[in-house]
Design a protein around this ligand. Structure first.
Ligand code: CMP
Length: 138
């Protein structure tokens, strides 16, 4: 079975939506292998989002992701990466399909409550960023 990395972002935690988000994810058949609450510092957030360094929203993204605790999670399902991106919806909630997590709860393209890995290769790197192998319960 495949794995993907999700992060319940600081807006999700701040707005007390973590229970609803986890319930939604589990109701779609994902198994939660690990999760923890962390507060990223600037170097950690910059490293995690290094691929977006050249984007004009990079600094705002780093300020947002360091604005409070977030909850990274390792999720397991067949085709986990694509299935998860399907259930969370488009990055911009205005463009997200009905019934997706972002359509239901996200405020805007930055504060979009949740992150999901965009490829199996990135899922592997992103999981390793937050979780040592010894913490992953399979
Ligand atoms: P995420 O899936 O975590 O990947 C990169 C993040 O950058 C994205 O979710 C948003 O939080 C943010 N982001 C992407 N595009 C924009 C944009 N056009 N303006 C502001 N923030 C963005």
């Amino acid at each position: 079975m495949d794995l993907t990395l999700a992060i319940l972002k600081p807006d999700c935690v701040r707005r007390k939506l973590t229970g609803k988000a986890i319930d939604f994810i589990e109701s779609k058949g994902f198994k939660t292998l690990c999760m923890k609450k962390v507060k990223l510092d600037r170097p950690q957030a910059e490293a995690f989002y290094a691929v977006h360094k050249s984007k004009n929203f990079f600094n705002d993204l780093i300020l947002f992701m360091t604005s409070g605790p977030c909850i990274p999670m390792v999720l397991q399902k067949e085709e986990a990466v694509t299935e998860f991106r399907e259930i969370i919806g488009a990055t911009d909630p205005k463009k997200a399909k009905e019934g997706t997590l972002r359509k239901l709860y996200a405020d805007n393209v930055q504060e979009n409550i949740i992150h999901g890995s965009d490829s199996m290769e990135n899922a592997k790197k992103e999981i390793a960023f937050f979780f040592p192998l010894t913490e992953i319960i399979s």
